[in-house]
Design a protein around this ligand. Sequence first.
Ligand code: FES
Ligand SMILES: [Fe+2]
Length: 380
Amino acid sequence: MTADVDDFVHTGPGTLAGKFFRQFWLAIFQSRDLDAEWSKPIKILGENLTLFRGTSGKVYLVGNRCAHRGTQLSTGIVDGEGIRCIYHGWKFDGSGQCVDQPSEPCSFADDVKIKSYPCIEYLGLVFAYMGEGAPPSPPRYPHFEGDGVLFSHQLVRPINFFQNLENSIDEVHIGFLHANSPYDGNINKHVPLIKTEETGFGIAQYGERESGPMRATFYQPPTTTSWAQAPTYPEETGWRDMLGFRVPIDDDTHITHTVTFAKVPPEKRDAFMQRRRAEWEELSKLPPAEEIADAVLSGKMRFKDIPWRGNGADMTRIQDRIALMGQGVIADRKMERLGQADAAIILLRDIWRREMMAIRDGKPPKTWANEMPPPTSGVE
Ligand code: FES
Ligand SMILES: [Fe+2]
């Protein structure tokens, strides 16, 4: 166990950063990938777990091993609101309580319990609370609940989550790394002046460009960010509102759950969805983004020669992957030389350090508002 308040990257049980994470609801899975009476193995914050959806449609998160002789519980059979181990039939309910031991003449099921964490579903994602005691109020993003098209996307990167979190509030990189990506209003052609402040919900970052209004991007602990993204298809009437949740699988890998709220009038939604499906189908025929990133990282392709793909929708993902993997699996922050453009990253680390210090010293951490304002594009 580490008590280093500058160690943001290790998040297993017992670490300070792990304790910080475990104060919040965390996005862990895309709801539509888990049908009723299905179970999946899942790893979050270094903990191996079993996620299953009961017959009623409710989602549960319990330990990964059967308490009997330890086989992988996600291979079990979902039975009502519980899961039955395939090996000798012990059944566990959604709270992890053993409720049936068909192979035992004298059941001692009452004495057997595996761990469990509460789950909720919101905006097409499953959220879990992995901390102790009663969970806080779940997050709310009212501007994602309006009339539009909502969809989510998952991306696993074989690097520590904190690099991706820092990247998501690094406004300046848009002008360099993403100069060859689709952004309206030429916001990727100007280097902004960065202003940032701590707020009741987290961090507000403002990117001021000579060319136009302020672009506002927001951060909410532990790893949620909200930003505006250029519309991709002609059916959209404005910039997309985006939410990103960066959640460690373990210290060397993380998953990003992105939620997109696209502004599409009802009569154009079919066309929009069709175009989106066609785009993804087209992309699936091309070399995977990971392959292109690896080609650049290994020197087989130049960054500037990355081919334009489809309408360019995945260019930013490839470019980000290269820059973030280029920092190493866990970036060495001791060799950095930070400047004014890194104001939001410095503030982010100050907040994490302060909160982890409070946890270490047994003092109450800050209570954060569970809503964030809508981001602004810097164009409209
Ligand atoms: S290992 Fe699960 S019931 Fe025996
Ligand atoms: Fe980026």
